[in-house]
Ligand binder design. Structure first.
Ligand code: COA
Length: 164
């Protein structure tokens, strides 16, 4: 499915909110329990954009069906060249190549900013995301055991890393 990848606008925030809140309520992709509100996502987007970091959306004929972004991996000057990304596709559009189109422009934006490594923190049982990241050239460089808890079970965090 061919989508247009572009920078997010304020008017895209309700769609971004819907996608991420669905992931909060129904998946272990994000380890939150309570949904976000629009103000939270607005603040998140402003923080990213004012830091010079991208928030990209996948636009399907005027409908936002996914988004990707990155922020600092950790605080501290020494981490300046490393970012941590997120990527979400609306569940009605999984497996249609939308995620695959959202990532290369994100890599390019990170390279343009002089970033060297991109990290994805992936719940190790999220097989779609693990396969997805491997297909895009990420390698698993660490696994933190039982550092998360959601839906009444412990979750492992796989650190998926790509050298840009
Ligand atoms: C992970 C996610 C972003 C992938 O996006 P997507 O648009 O569904 O993935 P794509 O269709 O672009 O797939 C790209 C590649 O990823 C792999 N992949 C994607 N879904 C897969 C699945 N369910 N099982 C196995 N491999 C899968 C395949 O290698 C695929 O390439 P192929 O189609 O040539 O075989 C999407 O499933 C999603 O939003 N999931 C919920 C949120 C989430 O887990 N986000 C990541 C948090 S770290």
């Amino acid at each position: 499915m061919q989508v247009t990848i572009r920078d997010a606008a304020e008017t895209d925030l309700p769609a971004i909110l819907d996608i991420v809140n669905d992931a909060i309520l129904n998946t272990t992709a994000i380890w939150m329990v309570h949904t976000f509100d629009l103000e939270n996502r607005r603040a998140w987007m402003h923080e990213r954009v004012s830091a010079g970091y991208p928030v990209l959306v996948a636009d399907l004929a005027g409908t936002v069906v996914g988004f990707s972004s990155f922020g600092d991996f950790r605080k501290g000057d020494g981490y300046h060249h490393t970012v941590e990304h997120s990527v979400y596709v609306h569940r009605h559009h999984h497996g249609k190549g939308v995620g695959k189109q959202l990532m290369p422009p994100l890599f390019d934006r990170a390279r343009d900013l002089g970033k060297h490594v991109m990290i994805g923190g992936v719940e190790a049982g999220n097989t779609a995301s693990m396969h997805f990241h491997k297909a895009l050239g990420f390698v698993e460089t660490g696994r933190l055991k039982e550092v998360g808890w959601k839906f009444d079970r412990w979750l492992d965090l796989a650190l998926m890393q790509k050298t840009l």
